[in-house]
Write a protein that binds this ligand. Sequence first.
Ligand SMILES: N[C@@H](CCC(=O)N[C@@H](CS)C(=O)NCC(=O)O)C(=O)O
Length: 216
Amino acid sequence: MAFYAKGTAVDLFPPPDGLGSPAYKALHPFVKVPTLWISTGPGQIAVLQESLAILEWIDDAFPDPPLKPADPLTRARMRMLMQIADQSIMSWLMTMFPHRDLKSRDARVVERGLAGIADGFDRLEHHLPDSGLAAGDSMTLADCVLMPIFYLVLDFMPHFGGDSPLASRNKCAGYWQRLLLNPLASRIHGEMAAHLAAARAARFAREAAERDAASR
Ligand SMILES: N[C@@H](CCC(=O)N[C@@H](CS)C(=O)NCC(=O)O)C(=O)O
């Protein structure tokens, strides 16, 4: 979303040969996405990880249009929202992903995750404004963080038996509605929907093939 806002050319692709491949492990020994490769000169590549740091780099390296508010207090509030979303919501969702399958799920992990996510959304409900986007009327780095995290939580919550975090939180619900009116947020929404649908179709096909092979 930040790259699109800047109009900067960027190649987006899945980890080469998959997340756990030796090629990707050489880049990111802890096997997480995203990783950004930056060409810093002829034959020179810098590697950057952690999405919040990557976002800050994008905005510093390509200042136009700015994605950080000029006012120091609004800028700090923007970073506060980014950290709450990343640490108090996304980290919990990550603990739950390995427990998507109902049959092999550890219910305690899911229960802890749901409580953690509810707490993170309570914090957002307290801090999000009643109008505009996350930190002012223009799009900022906070919107680039909140967009995919809201999407993922809303998408995965039914799989984990949780309620929509927006049902009882008017400020979060209003923010999400306003955010989706932003053309870039709406573009990311479409890309995430298409990607997740394709990933789920591939997973169902793989599981069906495994069941088929086991029954022979
Ligand atoms: N704090 C890191 C989190 C990175 C992270 O956990 N990424 C997830 C996807 S959102 C991942 O790579 N999961 C793969 C796995 O754990 O196997 C960031 O913001 O970049």
